[in-house]
Design a protein around this ligand. Sequence first.
Ligand SMILES: [Zn+2]
Ligand SMILES: [Zn+2]
Length: 241
Amino acid sequence: MPGPVNQIAALQVDGWAVRLARRLWPARCPVCREPAEDGLCEPCARALPWLGPACARCAAPLAGADGADATCGDCLRRPPPFERARAAFRYGFPLDRLLPRFKFHRDLACGRLLARWMLAACADAARPGALVPLPLHPARLRERGYDQALELARPLARGLGLPLRTDLLQRVRATAPQSRLDAAARRRNVRGAFRGAAGAPRHVALVDDVMTTGATLAEAARALKRAGAARVDVWVCARVP
Ligand SMILES: [Zn+2]
Ligand SMILES: [Zn+2]
């Protein structure tokens, strides 16, 4: 508890400064720009598409899935190299506003909000020995100036008390954007894109912002396993169904 002298100082210094800042720049909902106290306004917060029943392996929405081991047909036919996938949300409104703002427009406040929701979604997941953010290629990182997966993984690691390891996985090949490719082309596009480093704990979780087909995360999981990880999980903010 701060002492009374500190409290008075805080009222005098922070108090007027914060009130002035609020008057000049009232806090706004990052989705609809209506006034909002902390994060989203009420209607936008209610619209958040929290992921419901889903496949335990790939986090694809799975109607009627019950229990922690429900697996979709795709994962039964062709099990992914990761063991479990967690997503906070199905991709859709308002994530289709928030994630691009964070990823392409450097809105790091948006990123902190997204990380807070991921923390809630991953809090009861099996505890890995380390979190590994999906790395950008160094050339991409230079042009963007920040790494969105690292910005999400850092507060998650802090919040859950897990080691953050950026040394275990490297992107050794720049790849074309996946967004315009079909599933098979995505797999070819990312082949050999990552290299794992020795020294991974047995169980790690890869962190990224969005999972679509999972081709990139699968390739990264393979690289970590080649380097010695026995189990790789995947934690993402949003899953594209
Ligand atoms: Zn709003
Ligand atoms: Zn699945």
